[in-house]
Design a protein around this ligand. Structure first.
Ligand code: PMP
Length: 399
C-alpha cells in the first residue's frame, strides 16, 4: 500500500480557510475583513512607488543571480539594524548585534526558534493570550513546549498588564518570552512606553529571554516611535532576539523579506552566535533569495527613495487610522448604542471588535462580510467604498 495511506488530513488554516470561503462567495457586495494584509482605498495591495523605482533600476542592470552569503546581503542587514536599533545605536557600534536576512518575519522566527532549541533545549516558550496563531505552531515545530501568558483583557479592551507582569515574574530563569513589539496581532492592544520598561525590568530581574516580533514597524506611530520596545531592551544590557519583516511596511508580502537580529554580550560573542545562526540557515535553505533584500536595501540607502518610502508608509498608517475613526463615527451615527471608541485607541492593522463568533457568522451568512471568528477585523481592508455597507451590517447584527 501507499506510504501515505495513514497520512491524516491536517486542519485547515483558519484565516486562509476564510479567504477560500470568501473567494467562493458570489455576492458582489462581499467584503473580506479577515485578511492580514494592507489594501489601499481601491481594495488593492499596493506596489509602492519607491519599490517600483528600485526594482526598475535593479532590473535595468540585469544583475547576475549568484548565491548570496548565508546570512544575506550585508547592505540589507545593516539597513535592518539601523531601522530597528537606530542609526546611532551603541549596540551596533560595539558589534553586539548580528543580523541575518530571513524569509519574511516567519522565517526569522523559525531560524531564531531552531537556534534557541540548540542552546536552550529545555526552556519553555511563552506567547501572549491571544497571539498570532503561527507563533505557537512555529515554536512547537522547533521542539518547544509553548504556553500562554495573560495579555488581552476583554473587559477593558486593553492589556491586562498587572496579570501579564505578575505571570512573567513567576517564570523560571531562561524562559523564552515572545513579545509583539508593536501593533499586536490580533488584538491591536499595545503596551505603553512605561509598561515596556517594566517588562524589560522583569526580564532582567528574572533572567528571561525576550524575543521581540516586529512585523509592523511604522504602522502605529512611525518608524522610530514603533521601535520603543527594541530601544528599551537595547538600553537594558540584556541579550535578546528580534524578528522583523518588510512584508507589510514595504508591501512585499510575496518576496519574503525579513530578518533575525540577535543582541549579544560582546563582539566576540556575536561572531560565535552568527556562526551558529548561519549553520541553522545552511541546513534549512542555504541562503536567502536575491531580489527582495536588494530592493529594500536600495530604497533604505538612497535618500530620495527612502523619503518616498517614508511618505508612502505614513500614507498607509494614516489611511488605517482614518478608517478606525470613520468606523467609530459611522457606527455612532447609525445609532449603535455600544461605545466603539476603543477601536481608535487600538494600533496597527487589526482590531478585536468584541463581536461574538455568532455575530461574525451572521455578518458572513446574511451580509457577505467576512471576519475572523474571534471578532478580529483588519482595518486596512476597509475603504471609502465598502465602509458604509460594513457599518450597516454591524449595526444590524448588534440590534
Ligand atoms: N509576526 C506577526 C505578529 C505577524 O502578524 C506576521 C504576519 N502576519 C508575521 C510575524 C510574519 O510575517 P511575514 O509575512 O513577513 O512572514
Amino acid at each position: 500500500s501507499s506510504i501515505f495511506a495513514s497520512v491524516e488530513m491536517a486542519p485547515r488554516d483558519p484565516i486562509l480557510g476564510l479567504t477560500e470561503a470568501f473567494n467562493a462567495d458570489t455576492r458582489a457586495t462581499k467584503v473580506n475583513l479577515g485578511v492580514g494584509v494592507y489594501y489601499d482605498d481601491n481594495g488593492k495591495i499596493p506596489l509602492l512607488a519607491a519599490v517600483k523605482a528600485a526594482e526598475k533600476a535593479r532590473l535595468e542592470t540585469m544583475p547576475p543571480r549568484g548565491y548570496q552569503p548565508i546570512e544575506g546581503l550585508n547592505a540589507y542587514n545593516q539597513a535592518v539594524q539601523n531601522l530597528l536599533f537606530g542609526a546611532g545605536s551603541e549596540l551596533l557600534a560595539a558589534g553586539r548585534v548580528i543580523t541575518a536576512e530571513a524569509l519574511g518575519g516567519t522565517g526569522a522566527l523559525k531560524i531564531g526558534a531552531d537556534f534557541l532549541k540548540r542552546i536552550s533545549p529545555n526552556a519553555k516558550v511563552y506567547i501572549s493570550d491571544p497571539s498570532w496563531e503561527n507563533h505557537r505552531a512555529l515554536f512547537e515545530s522547533a521542539g518547544f513546549v509553548v504556553e500562554n501568558y495573560p495579555y488581552y483583557d476583554a473587559a477593558t479592551r486593553g492589556v491586562n498588564f498587572a496579570g501579564m507582569k505578575s505571570f512573567l515574574e513567576g517564570l523560571a530563569a531562561g524562559s523564552i518570552i515572545i513579545l509583539h513589539a508593536c501593533c499586536h496581532n490580533p488584538t491591536g492592544a499595545d503596551l505603553s512606553d512605561a509598561q515596556w520598561q517594566e517588562v524589560v525590568d522583569v526580564c532582567k530581574a528574572k533572567g528571561l529571554v525576550p524575543f521581540l516580533d516586529m512585523a509592523y514597524q511604522g504602522f502605529a506611530d512611525g518608524i522610530d516611535a514603533d521601535a520603543v520596545a527594541v530601544r528599551a531592551f537595547s538600553a537594558s544590557g540584556l541579550q535578546f532576539f528580534v524578528s522583523s519583516s518588510f512584508s507589510k511596511s514595504f508591501s512585499l508580502y510575496g518576496e519574503r523579506v525579513g530578518a533575525l537580529s540577535v543582541v549579544t554580550a560582546s563582539k566576540e560573542e556575536s561572531a560565535r552566535v552568527l556562526s551558529q545562526v548561519k549553520r541553522v540557515i545552511r541546513t534549512n535553505y542555504s541562503n536567502p533569495p536575491t531580489h527582495g533584500g536588494a530592493v529594500v536595501a536600495a530604497v533604505l540607502s538612497t535618500p530620495e527613495l527612502r523619503q518616498m518610502w517614508e511618505d508612502e508608509l505614513a500614507g498607509m498608517r494614516d489611511r488605517i487610522r482614518a478608517m478606525r475613526v470613520a468606523l467609530v463615527d459611522k457606527l455612532k451615527a447609525k445609532g449603535v448604542a455600544q461605545d466603539f471608541s476603543f477601536v481608535v485607541k487600538q494600533r496597527g492593522m487589526f482590531s478585536y471588535t468584541g463581536l461574538t463568533s455568532a455575530q461574525v457568522d451572521v455578518l458572513r451568512n446574511e451580509f457577505g462580510i467576512y471576519a475572523v471568528g474571534t471578532g478580529r477585523i483588519c482595518l486596512a481592508a476597509l475603504n471609502s467604498k465598502n465602509i458604509d455597507a460594513v457599518v450597516d451590517a454591524i449595526a444590524a447584527v448588534l440590534k
